[in-house]
Design a protein around this ligand. Structure first.
Ligand SMILES: Nc1ncnc2c1ncn2[C@@H]1O[C@H](COP(=O)(O)OP(=O)(O)O)[C@@H](O)[C@H]1O
Ligand SMILES: [Mg+2]
Length: 350
């Protein structure tokens, strides 16, 4: 496993550098002056209670939101806050709420993700114009490689909506990889996965890192995060509370108090999810952000559901994990359905 290298080492390349990123929504400051670097070869984790600003920070990194303050650089160049430019620069992402074209096949979904890297573009890809035919074979070969990589090659011709939930999450990763990124941002990639799927996702993320793609991952599953990540940053109420190795963050009393509830150990199952919710409610009760929450809640849901330039923006969200118990008592929380990750979704699709 690659560890954080000494900054004097010539081999260290900073892939992502966020400097002083602040995002305000009216009176609510969802992200406050966050600095974060991701170096080549690293897997960096971003943790924090629901409503801490993690997804908002991702939205700032990927140009879905224009940060109120601060800059985001990719390999030394400041990125314009436009999603398609961020994608073509080399940053790909997945969403907390899965976004796929659910009436398209698995293969077609990956091909859509490839459009930033083909001259023909999205519409040609969708309409299968004459120019597209030439590039088609090469694109399909690459897409099939990616499907093999995530283990879905046998389902290439299945409709995305018919995949079990865990496989939809993997397909979203394949689609993100299709843009040939240098950095991938994963927003709760194991939400809704069963323990076996979660373990497989861990292997998949290591394999992505080994392909030379840096990873920044948001997760609630602490065992997953601490196994996987070279460094972990913890956001609380929009601010970076601490950043360090898994051991440092795990043992930090402020993190424990603000988020974990108690020192991490064992299986992060339902008990942990309940603890997290309780901790959030305590945190929300004592802060100014809580007072802003009613206004924020609906726009938050909208923001997560409508990436205006994402190719999947017009697709219906994939079949939702309807049985998920929603932390409805916490108005400032992000989309509820994805926030806990302990139950199997395998049976939900036909
Ligand atoms: N588009 C938006 N408009 C207003 N408030 C928002 C918007 N997006 C997020 N928020 C608010 O910002 C805060 C952080 O939310 P979010 O980034 O989704 O947290 P996390 O991903 O850590 O759970 C929440 O209070 C949320 O309601
Ligand atoms: Mg979120």
């Amino acid at each position: 496993m690659t560890t954080t290298t000494d900054t004097t080492t010539t081999a260290t390349t900073t892939v992502l550098e966020a400097s002083g990123v602040t995002m305000r929504f009216g009176g609510l400051t969802a992200v406050k002056g966050v600095d974060l670097k991701v170096n080549a070869g690293e897997i960096v984790g971003l943790i924090g209670p629901n409503g801490a600003g993690k997804t908002t920070f991702f939205n700032c990194l990927t140009g879905l939101y224009v940060p109120t303050e601060g800059t985001v650089s990719y390999k030394g160049t400041v990125l314009p806050p436009k999603p398609h430019l961020v994608t073509s620069a080399g940053i790909a992402r997945t969403f907390q709420n899965i976004r796929l074209f659910h009436n398209m096949t698995v293969l077609e979904n990956v091909l859509v993700g490839r459009h930033t890297r083909t001259k023909e573009g999205l519409w040609s890809a969708l309409l299968r114009g004459p120019g597209f035919k030439k590039a088609e074979a090469a694109s399909e070969a690459r897409a099939m490689e990616l499907l093999e990589f995530i283990g879905l090659e046998k389902k290439a011709q299945h409709l995305a909506k018919n995949l079990p939930y865990g496989e939809q999450r993997k397909l979203e990763i394949a689609r993100a990889l299709a843009s040939d990124p240098g950095l991938i941002l994963l927003d709760e990639p194991t939400a809704g996965m069963n323990p076996q799927e979660t373990r497989a996702a861990e292997e998949l993320i290591f394999a992505i890192r080994d392909m030379g793609i840096a990873v920044l991952v948001i997760e609630h599953d602490m065992r997953f995060i601490f196994n996987l990540c070279d460094r972990v940053a913890c956001l609380v109420q929009g601010e970076k509370l601490i950043e360090g190795t898994a051991a440092e963050v795990q043992g930090d009393e402020r993190v424990i108090a603000a988020y974990l509830g108690e020192p991490f150990e064992g299986d992060p199952g339902a008990a942990e999810a309940a603890e997290v919710e309780a901790a959030e409610q305590n945190a929300a009760a004592g802060t100014e952000t809580a007072t802003e929450a009613p206004a924020a809640a609906e726009t938050d849901a909208a923001a997560d559901a409508e990436p205006d330039t994402d190719p999947a923006a017009d697709a219906e969200p994939a079949p939702a994990p309807a049985a998920e118990p929603a932390p409805a008592t916490e108005p400032a929380a992000g989309p509820a359905a994805d926030s806990d990750s302990t139950t199997s979704k395998d049976g939900e699709a036909k």
